[in-house]
Design a protein around this ligand. Sequence first.
Ligand SMILES: C[S@@+](CC[C@H](N)C(=O)[O-])C[C@H]1O[C@@H](n2cnc3c(N)ncnc32)[C@H](O)[C@@H]1O
Length: 284
Amino acid sequence: MNSTPRFGRALPELPASALYTSPSLGRLWKKVHRSCSPFLKRPAVRRLYQSPAAVLRKKLSFSYSLIALGCADGAKESQLLKKLPPPTFLIAADTNLTLARRAVRHLPARKRTCREIDLSQPLPAFHLPPSTSRIFTLFGVLPNLEPLPLLRRISGIMKRGDLLLFSANLAPGKSALAGARKVLKQYDNPPTRRWLEAAIRRYRPKLPRGRLDFSVQPDPRQHSLARIEARWITGQRTWIVFSSRRPTVAQVETWISKAGLSKAARFLDPRGEEALWLVRSAKT
Ligand SMILES: C[S@@+](CC[C@H](N)C(=O)[O-])C[C@H]1O[C@@H](n2cnc3c(N)ncnc32)[C@H](O)[C@@H]1O
């Protein structure tokens, strides 16, 4: 269970990994992804994941390694790699090893491996032959974990020349809270409820009987940041079961510089609901 927020409200919160760790939860998440994900529903979002390839081709050396963080089955990395030469080394790293193994099976690379990782903890160094440049990807994870601490952990293991390509789900429009309300239906739907209710049943210590409620809330640690939350409401208490942060472009760019990273390029979905950032370490 996660720690207490900085601003007053202190609802207990399930760790994001509790929604993904078992093979059966991975399968239920995949069903949600198939029926609701803008990546599968909208060609413009799929094209978004190929857009960085032109910039990357100029920056990467002949031999490069791809470290795919929180990659699930690697569908988004696969889209990117269609437009890049295959990496020499690939590491697929996720809390769900069944999904990461699937990524390793279908992503092209000369040498491939997968590993179980907890992105909410200090990260391993990912030692690879020094002659290769490294690109980290982080797709679809920033919404579920504390964004700034996560970017700081990744920045901490990045060396000069390494690149990080990450996605963020944005709150479209000018107001973060109103923008997040526009996309609430992508979350409050039967497949997402089935997935989250299965995670609640598996969670230990056991949660009492209750009901799921979806809403848009200010992030407890950064009030101007909108979060879509699924809360488990019981007679006595309320738990936050799932949260998805919907920042504005400006908020993401503030996290980038606070994490000691510098922006190399940004790629925005035409509807303003999703974007990718290519960043490098600001260390000299
Ligand atoms: C919303 S899914 C995104 C998957 C995929 N990258 C995509 O964009 O379709 C979040 C991914 O992060 C992984 N994940 C969640 N919490 C994690 C943690 N603490 N450490 C490592 N991986 C985690 C999940 O297993 C899942 O694969």
